[in-house]
Each structure stands twice: as structure tokens, then as C-alpha cells.
Design a protein around this ligand. Structure first.
Ligand SMILES: Nc1nc2c(ncn2[C@@H]2O[C@H](COP(=O)(O)OP(=O)(O)O)[C@@H](O)[C@H]2O)c(=O)[nH]1
Ligand SMILES: [Mg+2]
Length: 456
């Protein structure tokens, strides 16, 4: 089954997000790290078909099992399942879909990882809305740790042009954070389908075409800047060439049975899919690449939902095409996380700064139920210092104006908490003094009385 992440609202004539289905899907896995494999590209170019091979691999669980599956002739007539991929001129995928099954992997270093697979509608084609294409591409790319970009026939500089938004956004992240050595985006794999211009197939051939296209594009200052920013912004850029799958696509009963695919297509499929589903940057792992934020921190499912929410807001404000707005939204998230961490520490300390006092002593506190002013002030100072340390050392995207505002907010909250606790402390002390005086008076009176009696 497939769930909507983004779909068209026909009545209002715009696309909209569905966060509930994503949140429900990820709810049992909130704390686990996440990996997201998505695909973009032109209409009717076999995107959903390719994603179904990704699903097949994830079901097999490893490169070896996937290979075994493809080598075993008993499976040759098995239908391929997953996203809808049929032979028709009309678009089939609407917006962005999520496959409703989560795949669980164990990363050798980072532990449990859940893998989510997305599929998107066609973009940047003759009759597609340009702004909508930019939005769908941006959402797909910014949400994925591995992005496939499907092209038919040949790669041109136009395909690189579509990366302009990310090149600008990526450059902005790098330029604004010069001390952080960031590579903001993760893996991008171009897939040139129906390649027929020579007999060089697969990842090596495709990647050299990609390098060549980049070189051709660098012949002007503007093109060269674009290429440089693309190279600097992605951790990994690769490309694969694939043949047309064969005449089987025209069979009435074709449902992806691999035994019917042309040999050359199968060979490249057997190379590409395990590559896409394995983080080859870490040779210990047998797990798809983990999603990180632009600062390079691994993201768990909860962080991912926050990021989708943030993109939804940017999209709804009509600003998704603006690198500045994207930057501001991302830095807000990173500052928000730093503030939350500092606030969590602060709350846990300030709420417990006064000694535990049972309800029964509420009106008659003892000396050990409150702190001397010096002790109170020292503790507050220590906690404040540590909270600011946590805030300052948390990785954040540079944003000085926002930082000033957030700092003020946190400072104000701290002051309010300190005042509340101080007045509770003083209350206890005052009550203690009062009841102490009363007790003394009573004692004196008793003594006086006894003395008087003794005198008699
Ligand atoms: N020409 C071509 N067609 C393909 C390829 N892979 C799948 N198809 C067929 O193209 C049609 C559309 O596939 P689909 O996966 O729905 O494409 P999408 O619209 O890009 O998601 C189906 O009939 C597929 O069988 C390919 O590599 N080349
Ligand atoms: Mg599709």
C-alpha cells in the first residue's frame, strides 16, 4: 500500500502535505535513525518501476540475497510489487507517495535504522507547472538521504540547471558557516534510462558522462559556479546508464517479471540497486545511507517529522524556491534543537534546586528545607553556566539575528524560573523564622511557667 505525503487538492488547485500518515507510520520507530530513498525526474520514465526494485532489494535485505533472487530462475515470473507502474500516457503518481512498509536494518556502528521509500510525480516536463516541479523536487531531495534522478536518453546541462536551487542553498549554508566544513546534501544518483548512444553501461560509464557534462557546463563563469556549488554541496554524486528494459514492456501481462527483462538491463539493475541501498562510504555497514541534517548529524524519525513539518511551512508560505527562506527555516530548526537541549538541562536542575520537602512540613519548614542565599545564588550560577555551554556547543547553522532573539527568550525563561524558586526559598525561610520564633516563645513561656512553679 502507498500513503500520500504530498498530494493535489483538486478543489483548491494546489498541493498539500499529509503529515498524519507519515507520523503514524513512524510512530513506533521515533527514536530510531532514518534513511530515506526517493526518486525524481520527468513524467513516464520508469521512476516507480525503479523504486519497486529498491523495494525488492530492501525486502531481500542484502546484496547477496538480492543477487540470489535474480539468479534463481524460479523467481523469473514473479510480479514486481510496490508503487503503481503501468503502461499509459497519463501520469500515475500524484505528488509524493510513501511506501507504507518500513524496512529495518542494523547499522554496524549506529544501531537500528528504518528505511523509508518515497516516489514522486513527474517534474520538469513540457506540460508540468514549473513552480510545482521545483517544489516537488525540493521536497524530495531535501527529505532524502539517497536521491535518484531519472533522465531519459541522455544527460544535458539542462539536467544540472534543475539543481540550481540546491546549489544556491548549499553554497549559502557553506558560506555562512565557514568554520564548520559542511557538505549540506547527501547522495544524488542520476540514472540515464534508455541509454543507446554507446555500449558503455552502468555506474562507471554513467559517472564519467556526469563528469563530462559538468565539464561542458563549466565553459561559462555562471556554469562553472553552478557546477562548483553542486560539487561542494553533495557528499556523493554518481550516475548510471541503463538500456531500455526490452520489448516485454509492451506485453499485456507485464508486471515487472525480471525473467522477461533484457539481459543488459538486468546487469545494470543488479549493479545499481545494491549501490543505492548501501552506504558504501562506510564499509562496515550493510545499510542504506542514514539521513543527516545539513550539519551532518544523524537524524532519527522524530527529527525527520520535524523537518517535514518545517518544509511544509516553508512551502505554504510560498517560499520554497528561495534559498534564503530555506536557510532561515533550517537554521531555525537547528537553533530550536539547541534551545530545547539547553532548556531540558535547565528545567531538570532548576525544578530540583530546593531540598525535597514533604507536604506535612509545608507550614512548618525546618532549617534544612531551604537554602542560604549564597548557596542558592551559587547553584543558580552553576546551572546557568552549564545551560549556556550546552546551547553554545550544540551544532547550529549560523543566524545571528535569530540567535539573539532565542538567547533573549531563554534568558527570560531562566530569570522567571529563578525568581519563582527564589521566592519559594524565601517563603520557606520566612515561615521557618516565624514558626521558630513562635516555638521559642512557647519554649520560653513554658520555661517561665516551670520556673515560676519551681519557685513556689
Ligand atoms: N522507456 C522505458 N520505459 C520504462 C522503463 N522502465 C519502466 N518503463 C515503463 O514505463 C511506463 C511507466 O513506468 P512508471 O514506472 O509508471 O513511470 P513513472 O511515471 O516515471 O513513475 C511503464 O509501462 C513501465 O513499464 C525504462 O527504463 N524505459
Ligand atoms: Mg510513477
Amino acid at each position: 500500500m502507498v500513503l500520500d505525503l504530498v498530494s493535489h487538492n483538486e478543489e483548491e488547485g494546489k498541493i498539500e502535505f499529509h503529515l498524519d500518515s507519515l507520523a503514524a507510520l513512524l510512530e513506533p520507530h521515533k527514536e530510531k535513525l532514518i534513511s530515506v530513498i526517493s526518486i525524481s525526474g520527468a513524467f513516464r520514465t520508469g521512476k516507480s518501476f525503479l523504486q519497486n526494485w529498491v523495494l525488492k532489494y530492501l525486502n531481500c535485505g542484502s546484496k547477496e540475497s538480492f543477487s540470489e533472487f535474480l539468479q534463481n530462475e524460479d523467481n523469473a515470473e514473479e510480479s514486481l510489487a510496490g508503487f503503481k507502474s503501468i503502461r499509459t500516457r497519463d501520469p500515475v503518481t500524484d505528488g509524493i507517495d510513501i511506501f507504507d512498509e518500513i524496512f529495518e536494518f542494523e547499522h554496524a556502528v549506529h544501531g537500528p535504522v528504518v528505511v523509508v521509500v518515497l516516489d514522486t510525480q513527474g517534474i520538469f516536463s513540457m506540460n508540468s507547472d514549473y513552480a510545482e516541479s521545483v517544489a516537488i523536487f525540493a521536497i524530495s531531495l531535501l527529505l532524502s538521504s539517497m536521491q535518484l534522478y531519472n533522465i531519459r536518453g541522455n544527460m544535458t546541462r539542462n539536467d544540472l540547471e534543475h539543481l540550481r536551487l540546491f546549489a544556491s542553498f548549499g553554497k549559502m549554508i557553506i558560506d555562512m558557516n565557514p568554520n564548520a566544513e559542511l557538505t549540506p546534501f547527501q547522495q544524488l544518483a542520476f540514472v540515464i534510462r534508455d541509454w543507446d548512444l554507446d555500449d558503455e553501461l552502468g555506474l562507471e560509464a554513467g559517472t564519467s558522462i556526469l563528469m563530462q557534462t559538468m565539464e561542458d557546463c563549466s565553459d561559462s563563469e555562471e556554469g562553472s559556479e553552478l557546477v562548483q556549488s553542486i560539487k561542494n554541496s553533495f557528499k556523493k554524486l554518481i550516475c548510471s546508464t541503463m538500456r531500455h528494459p526490452g520489448s516485454c514492456l509492451r506485453d499485456e501481462d507485464f508486471e515487472g517479471q525480471f525473467g522477461r527483462l533484457d539481459e543488459e538491463f538486468r546487469t545494470t539493475l543488479e549493479e545499481l540497486i545494491p549501490y543505492v541501498c548501501n552506504d558504501s562510504t562506510d564499509d562496515q555497514s550493510v545499510c542504506p545511507v542514514i539521513k543527516t541534517d545539513p550539519l551532518g548529524n544523524n537524524m532519527n524519525c522524530e527529527d525527520f517529522i520535524d523537518q517535514v513539518e518545517m518544509l511544509k511551512e516553508v512551502f505554504e508560505s510560498g517560499q520554497i524556491e528561495s534559498p534564503e527562506s530555506l536557510y532561515s527555516a533550517y537554521s531555525k530548526v537547528s537553533h530550536g534543537k539547541a534551545t530545547k537541549r539547553a532548556a531540558n538541562y535547565w528545567n531538570s536542575k532548576i525544578e530540583n534546586i530546593l531540598p525535597d520537602m514533604p507536604e506535612s512540613r509545608r507550614d512548618t519548614p525546618r532549617k534544612y528545607d531551604f537554602l542560604e542565599t549564597d548557596e542558592f545564588d551559587d547553584k543558580v550560577k552553576k546551572y546557568q553556566k552549564e545551560a549556556w555551554n550546552i546551547y553554545d556547543s550544540a551544532p547550529k547553522l549560523e543566524a545571528s539575528e535569530m540567535e539573539e532573539e532565542l538567547r533573549k527568550g531563554l534568558e527570560q525563561r531562566m530569570e522567571e524560573d529563578i525568581e519563582n524558586q527564589r521566592s519559594e526559598n524565601l517563603n520557606r525561610e520566612a515561615l521557618y523564622d516565624k514558626t521558630w520564633q513562635a516555638r521559642c516563645a512557647c519554649l520560653v513561656a513554658t520555661c517561665a511557667c516551670c520556673t515560676a512553679c519551681a519557685c513556689k
